[in-house]
Ligand binder design. Structure first.
Ligand SMILES: [Zn+2]
Length: 323
């Protein structure tokens, strides 16, 4: 079993994606966003679970003064408060400086490592992509679309950030929409992808219902999002970069991802986790000024392969199918 896992593993080289002390940089960005919220519209309360509507909850821990609420019914985690105006986060000029750096430095690695893998998942579950109509919502700098368009003739993107939209358009030459989903000029998609999107959406049910309206019957939705019910989060808690109440307004578990899809009438055709749990634990040690654990460093890839195989990785992928 172990040999098979290690043979199939595709380790991630985090040095290609992250700064040397990534949690330190992450914390600096979070403080900039917090300041933006506090100086502008402030916070508003979230009285019930945005996934299932239940008000049954119990505080778990806080970060930056925002308590993380576990929903007792669907097990999703959500902040007890959310920014009253999300523009205070995403249009904050100090914040977009950071995302620009990320765009230029890491595009090639992300396309090669993650773009190709994501296209492979689509081919496995949706068949030949050539004539499918694909929409990547929250396409960012477009590295996934750049890979997808090699296999699929009808690719589109949607991106709110003007800077990223321009970058994606220049890199791919594809139509990248700025409109809200309900106002898109194109509809009738066979595949809609949501990579690192759904955890940013304060009301995921109406959002997924809009996705549903854009899909053809039998169409697929591929979602990548952090997995709260993971080994990494169990160790990291508020130190995790995944726990960021300014942006990640909901943190999902397998159960809550399945509950979300079921409420829109989707079937689940694929679920797995592939995390960076061990790298994140090493980053926490570095952030706290502790020596990085030699055993974790030496056995990082093997440990991560086992965590992934147990579906306890800190990053989840789920594919829904429309009836
Ligand atoms: Zn819930």
């Amino acid at each position: 079993m172990l040999s098979r896992l290690l043979g199939a593993a595709q380790p991630v080289d985090v040095s290609k994606m992250r700064t040397a002390n990534s949690l330190q940089s992450q914390n600096e960005i979070e403080l900039v966003k917090l300041k933006g919220i506090q100086e502008k519209s402030g916070w508003k309360d979230v009285p019930a679970c945005p996934v299932c509507g239940s008000a049954r909850r119990q505080g778990e821990f806080s970060k930056h003064g925002v308590e993380l609420m576990p929903c007792i019914d669907c097990t999703a985690r959500y902040g007890a408060q959310v920014a009253a105006n999300l523009d205070d986060v995403y249009q904050n000029p100090a914040y977009t400086v950071f995302t620009k750096e990320d765009t230029d430095e890491h595009y090639a690695y992300r396309r090669e490592r993650f773009g190709r893998e994501r296209v492979g998942i689509l081919e496995k579950y949706c068949g030949d992509l050539t004539d499918k109509r694909l929409l990547d919502v929250g396409c960012g700098n477009g590295y996934f679309l750049a890979e997808a368009m090699r296999k699929c003739r009808h690719c589109y993107g949607a991106e709110f950030s003007e800077k990223l939209r321009a970058y994606a358009q220049a890199r791919t030459g594809l139509p990248i929409f700025r409109e809200r989903l309900d106002d898109l000029p194109e509809r009738g998609f066979d595949i809609i992808t949501l990579f690192d999107v759904i955890e940013h959406v304060p009301e995921p049910l109406p959002f997924l219902a809009s996705v549903d309206r854009l899909l053809n019957p039998g169409g697929h939705v591929l979602v990548f999002t952090p997995n709260f019910d993971s080994f990494g989060l169990r160790v990291m808690r508020e130190y995790s970069s995944i726990v960021d109440p300014t942006e990640h307004v909901i943190l999902f578990t397998e159960q809550s991802l399945r509950a979300l899809g079921a409420r829109v009438g989707f079937k689940v055709v694929y679920y797995e986790t592939q995390g960076l749990d061990v790298d994140n634990i090493l980053a926490k040690q570095q952030y706290l000024g502790q020596p990085r654990d030699a055993f974790l460093l030496e056995w990082r890839d093997a440990l991560q392969a086992m965590i992934n195989a147990a579906e306890c990785g800190d990053y989840a992928r789920i594919m829904y199918r429309k009836a």
